[in-house]
Design a binder for this molecule. Structure first.
Ligand SMILES: Cc1cc2nc3c(=O)[nH]c(=O)nc-3n(C[C@H](O)[C@H](O)[C@H](O)COP(=O)(O)OP(=O)(O)OC[C@H]3O[C@@H](n4cnc5c(N)ncnc54)[C@H](O)[C@@H]3O)c2cc1C
Length: 443
């Protein structure tokens, strides 16, 4: 009996492992399962979702890190439709604020920018022009070669840059602030700029939060025969006789024909077996830089402002902005996220959670003088070591190969540059990668 190549694959299917159960690992596994494969997911955490995972905040199921969606998040909406969850999206006209040197200003609309008299009228006009111009750019290659700070200074002037951007870059990137590529900043400006209806910022959130789609997808995956192994961090990957061996903490050793890793690239560097992979390659993974995030969540009796997002430029606080999540999702009691991005080697990073909570509180008290310590109901603090990959100029040239060895694939959120990390972007990339991997395997 003769089999076509396709039939042969269906009879003798490759054994596939997906490392990481965040949005990208889930999307890779879903696409593979839809195409008839039954991968095994290895997830280090005790739950799925990665950065989008939720926890029980004394009675409210909520994400450890805030998540909103933009009108352009097409791959996310496609997945929601497939899971029959598309009617659960809620959209809202959101407001932005700017807390500058002790005062809260309105921000985001052309009128608010024009009224902001802390920079020259020329800078204000150039700020608006720049935002419009960002929407019109199609090819971004030239922006990949220049630092964002240089590019923004050219557009806004020295003082405009100092007031509007310098602190945001400083408190997100610290020593890397002058190395971030203009293409990366451009794609962030554009994503938010496109999420406007009749010039008004319009953001979305899924009723019940990310946990809703993640648990529904996990159910679907299990129905399709995908095995999900939680609390199973992969500790070693080696290759022998065309088989890829995975050593996982809870599972021992297992061999696979195809392995797709979606965990942050520096973690890949830690788990590659030096007897299989060259030191040069391992170091390339280890040298990928990511900034950790310490994220404080406050449950309060009242809101701080009417804004969803308030950018901050105030030398008292190492905080680039606060996110009042209840001004988007109507969740009660009122929820505010205060993210602190900082390199691990900064002395402040090793402070206890209480220090970050206290800094957050002081910042909220400064923004709203009527806010009181007694308005706090509850606080929580989470940390993620690989929260924000650093996208320097010429970013793609710095990344390790996505296919370092036959049938072994390694990607993380930095791969879909110039887009910033995002749920929709991880889903989109993951689904396309799954198809590419199988095509490559079939030859
Ligand atoms: C503060 C903050 C705010 C954000 N806001 C938004 C937003 O508003 N909108 C939006 O779309 N996106 C937002 N994001 C980004 C979004 O969360 C990410 O883009 C998305 O979660 C990336 O998914 P991923 O699967 O690619 O990576 P990750 O979420 O990083 O998943 C990687 C997974 O790998 C697992 N892992 C690590 N090591 C191992 C190992 N050795 N073995 C097995 N598993 C391992 C991890 O536990 C994790 O589950 C935000 C992120 C942060 C930090």
């Amino acid at each position: 009996m003769r089999y076509s190549k396709k039939t042969k694959i269906n009879i003798n299917k490759p054994k596939i492992a997906v490392i990481g159960g965040g949005p990208m690992g889930l999307a890779v596994s879903y696409q593979l399962a839809k195409d008839g494969f039954k991968p095994v997911i290895f997830e280090a955490d005790d739950r799925l979702g990665g950065m989008a995972a939720s926890f029980n905040f004394n009675g409210i199921d909520i994400e450890r890190y805030y998540h909103f969606h933009c009108l352009s998040d097409k791959s996310f909406f496609k997945l929601l439709r497939e899971l029959n969850l598309d009617n659960q999206m809620k959209w809202k006209r959101t407001k932005m604020g700017f807390f500058f040197e002790g005062y809260l200003y309105e921000w985001g609309s052309p009128k608010s920018v024009l009224q902001f008299n802390k920079i020259s009228i020329i800078s204000r006009l150039r700020y608006l022009l720049h935002a419009l111009w960002c929407l019109s750019i199609r090819r971004w290659d030239h922006l990949d070669k220049i630092p964002a700070s240089e590019w923004l200074k050219k557009w806004l002037g020295k003082n405009g840059f100092k007031v509007l951007w310098s602190r945001l870059l400083e408190y997100k990137f610290y020593k890397y602030q002058d190395e971030i590529s203009a293409a990366w900043i451009w794609s962030r400006i554009k994503r938010l700029g496109l999420s406007r209806k009749k010039f008004k910022e319009t953001l979305g959130v899924l009723n019940g939060g990310s946990n809703i789609w993640i648990s529904k997808l996990a159910e679907r995956l299990e129905e399709l025969g995908v095995k999900i192994l939680l609390s199973n961090p992969v500790e070693r990957i080696s290759i022998q006789n065309s088989k890829i061996k995975i050593y996982a903490a809870g599972k021992g050793k297992e061999e696979f024909d195809i392995v797709i890793s979606t965990v942050p690239l520096p973690i890949v560097g830690r788990i590659l077996d030096p007897n299989t992979f060259s030191l040069k390659m391992i170091n390339n993974y280890l040298n990928q830089i990511s900034i950790p995030c310490v994220c404080v969540i406050l449950k309060t009796k009242k809101k701080i402002t009417n804004n969803f997002w308030t950018n901050i430029n105030d030398k008292r606080f190492m905080i680039p902005g606060i996110i009042e999540f209840s001004n988007l999702s109507d969740i009660e009691p009122f929820i505010t996220y205060v993210p602190f991005y900082m390199p691990k080697e900064r002395p402040e990073y090793s402070r206890p959670d209480e220090a970050f909570i206290s800094d957050s509180l002081n910042c909220l008290l400064a923004i709203n003088k009527d806010f009181d310590k007694n308005d706090i109901i509850d606080t929580y603090c989470s940390r993620y070591e690989f929260a924000q990959p650093i996208s320097k100029t010429n970013h793609m040239k710095r990344l390790p190969s996505i296919n370092p060895s036959k049938n072994f694939w390694t990607v993380d959120t930095s791969i879909y540059y110039p887009e910033d990390r995002g749920i929709s972007e991880s889903i989109d990339y993951g689904r396309n990668l799954a198809k590419k991997v199988i095509k490559n395997f079939e030859g």
